[in-house]
Design a protein around this ligand. Structure first.
Ligand code: ZN
Length: 347
């Protein structure tokens, strides 16, 4: 198991020179993640046990940024910026080896890439809007899958608005509506394992792909305990106060923007199951989701004719898999996924 810490600065790396000494700039340069940095922020990536990290946090914690310079990029567009702490987000998480995960009967599956479904999405989904029973202001949207999914396959690596194309050599990925799809190779390997409750797969049509793909059907919805699963309400309905947006976070506050901005410290957030009995099967989703779980009715009604999950279904279930699936992925899917422990189950 290895632990990493990301530090997001509230300014670009170029502007960081205004706040950090030359010595620190030189020392931090090897930790800069250019692909995740922009004109608004710089991202540094450390091994959590690196002593430079602890020293840097101590040094940088009191430093405040002063907003955009009049002659700077943002200043030229009349953006005065906000002042606040230089450290915007300090986030730690672990990367687990198989040996770290083997004592957990169920683990959480995290997928690296999102594959775009072929438009329009109304060919796959029926949209159903459920107003909140005692509130006229908000409601929920449910998408029911009506037909096998279709994705763009192997036509270059370009990322569209809704995700990537499936590439040759991919083993497992999510769709932009949070279904899990796997390669023909993984599908065959899984079909060979002797599962007491066999997983059900739906064929996925891949344009331009030589081999078929398969959608994994969840074998049930497992209830999460909340708390201690750290799901935080970020946004509530004005009328009924029910949550609209939730996020998985250990941060006691999430004031990342605005005049009251504070540094956010976040540890890895692990899920805890409510059940203590090991369910049968290999793949489940959770009952609680993160993201936009409820929406204003005024917004929902305008989606009724255009069920595009990119706008509608922003909430994401958590994917849970068995040890059997974990081992199969470990042996046959070299990249595109990772797993983390799920607490609460006793074997
Ligand atoms: Zn409401």
């Amino acid at each position: 198991m290895q632990s990493f810490t990301l530090v997001d600065l509230a300014c670009s790396w170029k502007d960081a020179a205004r706040y950090l000494s030359q010595r620190w700039l030189a020392m931090l340069n090897p930790y800069l993640d250019l692909s995740q940095s922009s004109i608004l922020s710089a991202r540094l990536r450390f091994r959590s046990e690196d002593t430079i990290l602890a020293n840097f946090l101590t040094y940088a914690e009191p430093i405040k940024v002063h907003g955009a310079l009049p002659g700077g990029f943002l200043g030229r567009f009349g953006n005065k910026g906000e002042s606040g702490p230089l450290l915007r987000l300090v986030r730690s998480w672990c990367e687990y080896e198989l040996t770290d995960l083997q004592d957990y009967p169920i683990v959480q599956l995290l997928l690296d890439s999102t594959i775009a479904l072929v438009q329009p999405l109304s060919q796959f989904y029926r949209l159903e809007i459920k107003p909140t029973a005692d509130c006229e202001i908000c409601g929920e949207v449910h998408l029911h899958q009506q037909a096998p999914l279709r994705v763009h396959g192997a036509a270059g690596d370009e990322a569209g608005l809704h995700g990537y194309n499936w590439r040759n050599g991919d083993s497992i990925a999510a769709t932009n509506n949070y279904e899990v799809i796997i390669s023909e190779d993984l599908y065959r390997l899984f079909e060979e394992t002797e599962a007491r409750t066999p997983l059900k797969f739906i064929p996925v049509e891949a344009y331009g792909g030589k081999q078929p793909l398969w959608q994994m059907q969840p074998q049930g919805r497992l209830p999460l305990q909340s708390p201690p699963t750290p799901l935080k309400v970020r946004d509530r309905c004005q009328a009924c106060k029910r949550p609209l947006t939730v996020a998985l976070s250990t941060s006691p506050n999430d004031i990342a923007f605005g005049p009251e901005r504070e540094t956010i410290y976040e540890q890895e957030a692990l899920l805890t199951l409510e059940t203590t009995d090991l369910p049968e099967g290999d793949f489940w989703v959770t009952d609680l989701q993160q993201g936009r779980i409820r929406e204003q009715m005024a917004v929902l009604q305008s989606f009724a004719d255009a069920p595009d999950p990119f706008y509608v279904r922003l909430s994401q279930p958590f994917w849970l898999i068995s040890q059997r699936w974990l081992r199969l992925l470990h042996e046959h899917a070299p990249h595109g996924w990772s797993c983390q422990p799920v607490k609460g189950l006793t074997q």
